[in-house]
Design a protein around this ligand. Sequence first.
Ligand code: PGA
Length: 254
Amino acid sequence: MRKNMVAGNWKMNTTLPEAQALISEIVHMVQDETTGSEVEVVVCPPFPFLLPVGKLLPEGGAFHLGAQNCHQKASGAFTGEVSAAMLQSVGCEYVILGHSERRQYFREDDELLSQKLKAALAAGLKPIFCVGETLETREQGDTFKHLEKQLQDGLFHLSNEEFDKVTVAYEPIWAIGTGKTATSEQAQEVHAFIREQLARAYDAKAAMATSILYGGSCNAQNARELFSQPDVDGGLIGGAALKSRDFTDIIKSF
Ligand code: PGA
């Protein structure tokens, strides 16, 4: 069966000492407070802190290291960029791709993201592929059409074997960092739709085995309600991932 997952996207936050303090607190809290169900915890700090944060994660447990982005090429003259193989070599297991901030501020489109997915998979990373609509798209009633296109153009070029490694994150853009969370009914409706699309593109078994995370102002107060929905398998957490108490409470929300 698919796994429960909570991924913390630290975005461009923390200094090295802050990052080390934050992860140490989270690890201790999670270890001290037994969680009810099994959860995979993915921590995604900024690039320079991957190695030192990774060193503070207990081996073989719930914790896994992830990056927030990677370049689409394997190596070469791309000043300032970071390849998937580099991430893999410092202990990353996951990489977030297609986050709405990458799409919006860095003009990453589905064509580019499809190349990034390939590059990540070729290096042995497991992608967390994000999709989501703007408020305008939602109000126009085009949410499903929009998500269908993002999945079709960004993700569905992958083979069955490649798709096996993918986690999907639904992040309505209007809910990211705004304090405006999708209701659990809104989240469930979209997650069920995404799973239907996955089943259509691959098969029902693959769709049932894929974790679909919700992201967008998910916090310690609303996580339990969101995660109790049948098609919500966890969360991609921004702001609340920077607070050890809140993040631990979210992890304990299954
Ligand atoms: P938020 O961000 O939890 O701060 O809304 C979520 C995300 O962007 O992944």
